[in-house]
Ligand binder design. Structure first.
Ligand code: M6R
Length: 366
């Protein structure tokens, strides 16, 4: 059942190219220039009436929602807030009939997410669900459902569900942009064409799987480390940090790189590992200067950059590169090395990778 892999988590990491392809599936038209989301039944008028978007989820799905916020704001130019479901419900959110609420849940059964969905509906908002389980509670109660075709995810640590949620957000963001006319058709076609390249690029990353094993073995001997990045790199840093904590039990913190000097820099001392994501072209210089700040305090820096960007090599102790793509699409690639890092670190520490302590796959209680 593990198809020759030692753990479900590793199998699911390696299933990602297929999950991307299946989730894009027939949702890209034959010309390869447009998205077709027949499952979304909103009329053009309804789409045009959206004044704000709320994205609600828990854990890893929440991290996908943080990327979703950037995707929708960039493509559709509608303001988006992303909230943790257990917080959203209790903060009297301003939900109007012109609010579009997107709930994201792999299982479709997470209690807090489901309760947030019900609250949104009670306030008259339209609800779109992004879920991996057809017929789940979330799928049944939402107005529109975008299924992520990742296939069953068994490992408690979510991997292919997260990345297929990202794909669903790209598709939905493009759909909104097409309907609203918020982007030129040419630009949309260029994003679609890059989107189609992602599965092959993930395959390239997975081919260097062993390199991430060495990296994880170095990290596994530490009890405390940092992930830093800016913009979407920060959103991915949050997911990388959660994954590492969840299965390796190593404490880590994800920090927006530019915010370090407002307090957290005090924790950087000789030998503290810092994993720095410098993928975003437009933020590269800024991130490099933040890397220099931690290096100057003795941090040991592992850098992650896009192929062809050679500058990072000089600023860090070790560097890993991933294939180049549009900055907006990069989370769908940059998270993969971080998943492998968490997997191999958990393995190096002798933990039960697929069933980490204290956690359940589906959290159906508040
Ligand atoms: O099924 P859901 O997507 O609603 O689950 C949400 C979280 O419980 C889940 O993503 C959790 O954070 C994962 N174990 C993280 O790997």
């Amino acid at each position: 059942e593990k198809a020759g892999f030692d753990h479900f988590m590793l199998k699911e990491i390696y299933e990602q190219p297929k999950a991307y392809r299946d989730t894009m599936g027939s949702r890209i038209d034959e010309s390869g220039t447009k998205v077709v989301l027949n499952e979304v039944k909103m009329t053009a008028e309804q789409v045009k009436s959206i004044q704000q978007v709320h994205i609600i989820a828990c854990g890893t799905a929440y991290h996908a929602g943080l990327v979703g916020k950037s995707i929708i704001e960039k493509l559709a130019r509608i303001p988006v807030e992303t909230d943790v479901a257990s917080e959203y419900r209790y903060r009297s959110p301003i939900i109007t009939p012109n609010t579009l609420v997107i709930v994201v849940s792999q299982s479709g059964e997470t209690a807090d997410t489901l309760a947030a969905l019900r609250e949104a509906k009670r306030c008259g908002a339209r609800v779109v669900a992004i879920t991996n389980v057809v017929g789940s509670s979330v799928a049944r109660e939402a107005d529109d459902v975008i299924v992520t075709w990742a296939g069953p995810e068994i490992a408690v640590a979510s991997t292919k569900a997260y990345t297929s949620q990202l794909i669903a957000f790209y598709l939905f963001g493009l759909y909104l942009a097409q309907t609203l006319g918020s982007q030129e058709a040419e630009y949309i076609a260029s994003v679609v064409s890059e989107l189609k390249e992602l599965p092959a690029k993930v395959e390239q990353i997975l081919e260097q799987g062993e390199a991430f094993k060495d990296w994880a073995e170095q990290v596994a001997s530490h009890n405390n480390l940092f992930f830093i990045g800016r913009g979407l790199d920060y959103a991915v840093a949050l997911e990388g940090s959660l994954k590492l904590k969840e299965i390796s039990y190593i404490h880590s913190e994800a920090y927006p790189a530019g915010e370090l000097k407002h307090g957290t820099l005090a924790l950087i001392e000789e030998g503290v590992p810092v994993i720095a994501l410098a993928i975003q072209d437009d933020l590269f210089e800024k991130t490099v200067s933040n890397i220099k700040e931690v290096k100057a305090r003795g941090a040991y820096v592992f850098g992650l950059h896009a192929e062809g960007e050679t500058e990072l090599v000089k600023a860090v102790d070790q560097v890993f590169s991933i294939p180049h793509t549009l900055p907006l699409l990069s989370p769908a690639l940059s998270v993969v090395p971080l998943q492998l890092l968490a997997y191999y670190a958990s393995l190096a520490r002798g933990n039960d990778v697929d069933k980490p302590r204290n956690l359940a796959k589906s959290v159906t209680v508040e």
